[in-house]
Design a protein around this ligand. Structure first.
Ligand SMILES: NC(=O)c1ccc[n+]([C@@H]2O[C@H](COP(=O)([O-])OP(=O)(O)OC[C@H]3O[C@@H](n4cnc5c(N)ncnc54)[C@H](OP(=O)(O)O)[C@@H]3O)[C@@H](O)[C@H]2O)c1
Length: 305
């Protein structure tokens, strides 16, 4: 595959998908969109950065899929399975097509979907999507971040040979290609399992969690989550993860977590793909997670999810 002949199909586009699709277009790539609902043949969206704004448009996909199609699926974790199943039914789909997936939380995929050519992407960009009065998508890029892409699966592909990764590295920089992202995904998962539900239940900004009165609970949440990660052969340490949680809380002190924003706007949250997944993985591995269970109970008492 060369730079010129990749055909990117981006689902949505939502906040992260729209950022990536825009960046690929800026880079001269061929991009089409796969919206959830039927839409006009062309979709327009705007990305607003701090200093400037950019307008983009891309066609809705046509079938059969072009050769050398690469998918970008940045959806909420609870939509991942349906999104993956959806692309497998497209005319011309084949299992060797690379599928970049980006979501918070962890999702246990059914067997047939595990065989897809999946490439997890972790990103620290911050973006929020809304629609204007004409229904046009507007993405506010609130925080420039960095990203990591797994070139796998299972480290079989060398970073230097993975064309979609090399293109994303240039178009959506800074982006690091890694053979195996499991440790980085679990670290982000642990951080999200602490910050998201706590700030949602207590309706506070992330920085609130730095206060002394939270530390016993934060530390317990980290300890249990790390024990579950270790049971999955992911080598994280409690001290290391606790420091990272505090660092993220400090760096994003004034921010409201995505889960707090979701509950405020009465949108479905990713609590089941975060705390729910952790508790369930803990049960299977025989690792107790009482502090997370307590937090989930509190969350469910506050919000029926
Ligand atoms: N936004 C951020 O700053 C950020 C940062 C880091 C990580 N994340 C994580 O990244 C993931 C994506 O977040 P996001 O904020 O980009 O979400 P989002 O704005 O809700 O975008 C998701 C998009 O995917 C579409 N979609 C869902 N299922 C689909 C399907 N089956 N077919 C076609 N399109 C489908 C949605 O369509 P509808 O509009 O019709 O639902 C929406 O356009 C989440 O797990 C989030 O937690 C987000």
């Amino acid at each position: 595959m060369t730079k010129a002949n990749l055909n990117w199909v981006v689902l949505g586009p939502g906040a992260i998908g729209g950022l990536i699709a825009g960046a690929l277009l800026e880079h001269g790539q061929s991009v089409s969109l796969l919206p959830r609902k039927s839409e006009p043949r062309e979709i327009n969206w705007q990305v607003r950065h701090k200093q400037f704004k950019a307008d983009y448009s891309a066609p809705v996909i046509t079938q059969p899929l072009a050769e050398n199609t690469v998918f970008v699926i940045a959806v909420k974790a609870f939509d991942l399975i349906e999104a993956l199943q959806g692309i497998t039914t497209l005319q011309g789909f084949n299992k060797t097509m690379p599928v970049v997936i980006s979501h918070n939380g962890l999702v246990e995929l059914p067997e047939p979907l595990k065989e897809l050519n999946l490439h997890p992407l972790v990103t620290t960009h911050g973006a929020v999507i809304s629609r204007n009065e004409n229904g046009k998508r507007r993405i506010e890029h609130r925080g420039a971040g960095r990203s990591w892409l797994e070139v796998g699966p299972q480290g079989r592909v060398q970073p230097t040979n993975f064309a979609p990764g090399l293109i994303l590295q240039q178009a959506f920089s800074p982006l690091t290609l890694e053979e195996d992202l499991s440790q980085r995904r679990w670290l982000k998962f642990v951080i999200n399992c602490v910050i998201n539900p706590l700030t949602a239940v207590h309706q506070c900004a992330n920085g609130e969690l730095l206060k002394k009165n939270w530390q016993a609970q934060v530390y317990s949440l980290v300890t249990e989550a790390v024990a579950v990660a270790n049971s999955q052969n992911v080598s994280l340490t409690t001290e290391g993860c606790y420091k990272e949680v505090l660092l993220v809380a400090r760096e994003t002190a004034l921010n409201h977590s995505s889960m707090l924003q979701d509950v405020k706007q009465q949108r479905r949250t990713e609590i089941q793909q975060l705390t729910g997944y952790l508790i369930s993985a803990g049960k299977t591995a025989g690792v107790a997670t009482p502090t997370h269970q307590q937090l989930l109970d509190e969350f469910q008492r506050s919000y029926s999810d």
